[in-house]
Design a protein around this ligand. Structure first.
Ligand SMILES: [Zn+2]
Length: 330
């Protein structure tokens, strides 16, 4: 339920809009491509980032038929002017809805929406739903604002009303500039970002006010579940700081949201399963990126989990999170 895809051809938005560092792909001779951010090299990516048949074949090696696809967070472009952010979102969403229409048994789509503008975000959310998306992927912060900010609430409310699932993905990691060495933004910043998002949605009362909102946190919830004892203790010992917008203990929400299985560690996965229950842990891969679980689900198959738990992780949890029926893919 957590894979990233990009269209092979992207407009040169930096040129078109006349500002900013929009992502643009430059093809290499070896079939890879360089993601350029403005004019600067960002990352080299391989064909499996966009080649739909290759992706299906690579997945089949791990007996996996269906991929939930969403964009790569660096394309969120929340910093852009709202109308331009909407145009970027529409381009990316149309690419995915076309893909899902052509391969309904292999791909499920999550849209991106311009979170920098509440009205346009809801407009694109509604359009995405009409075009076959079953949810959205959003960042762990929006231009450094927490997801608890009131101006985001109508977006979450619209997701609940429309039955659109929400996947929270870490991006624009806190401390990025001060810890670039050793890949620390990815190793330290990302799990912290996801916990930041979970704490914001809980302490801000978003999950309390929208009990039917279906949220899934990336990377097994980042550092949220492993540090829940500390978070709960903080809630109890300094309610004047923590419980100001929602009086409910954060532990009450465990098992009400979903997380993916990307832990790379069976002990960590067992802990997550114990906390969440197997119906709330979904098979995620982060394919096709190197930090992902690229031998998709193998460490889960190799572990001594019950067949029911494995089946929940491999399909039931994702189907419930997205409100889809298994028969659609048989
Ligand atoms: Zn990811």
């Amino acid at each position: 339920m957590h894979t990233h895809i990009i269209p092979k051809k992207l407009p040169n938005w930096t040129e078109k809009f006349g500002y900013g560092k929009f992502i643009y792909l430059e093809e290499n001779e070896d079939k890879s491509a360089n993601m350029m951010q403005g004019g600067q090299f960002f990352r080299r990516i391989l064909e499996n980032c966009w080649d739909e048949d290759l992706r299906i074949n690579e997945y089949q090696q791990f007996d996996t038929q269906v991929q939930v696809v969403c964009t790569i967070p660096v394309l969120f472009s929340y910093w852009a002017k709202p109308q331009d952010g909407l145009e970027v979102s529409q381009f990316l969403n149309d690419h995915i809805s076309d893909l899902v229409a052509r391969y309904p048994k292999n791909y499920i789509g999550l849209a991106t929406i311009p979170m920098q503008d509440t009205e346009l975000a809801i407009q694109e959310l509604e359009r995405a739903k009409k075009n076959g998306h079953v949810g959205i992927q959003i960042g762990s912060n929006i231009n450094d604002e927490n997801l608890s900010e009131e101006r985001f609430f109508p977006i979450f409310e619209a997701c609940e009303r429309l039955g659109m699932a929400v996947m929270i993905h870490p991006w624009q990691m806190m401390g990025f500039d001060s810890m670039k060495k050793y890949w620390l933004p990815w190793l330290v910043g990302m799990p912290a970002e996801t916990s930041r998002a979970a704490c914001s949605l809980i302490f801000g009362g978003v999950l309390e006010r929208l009990p039917n909102l279906r949220v899934c946190f990336s990377h097994a919830g980042g550092s949220f579940l492993p540090t829940l004892g500390r978070i709960e203790h903080g809630f109890n010992c300094r309610p004047d700081l923590v419980a100001i917008d929602n009086p409910v203990n954060p532990r009450e929400y465990v098992g009400k949201f979903w997380v993916d299985s990307i832990t790379h560690d069976i002990d960590a996965l067992e802990y997550i399963l114990k906390m969440q229950g197997s119906k709330k842990v979904c098979l995620g891969s982060d394919y096709p990126f190197p930090l992902g679980d690229l031998e998709i689900g193998k460490f889960i198959t190799d572990a001594k989990l019950s067949p029911q738990v494995v089946e929940d992780i491999f399909c039931n949890s994702t189907l419930e999170w997205l409100d889809l029926k298994k028969e659609m893919f048989l």
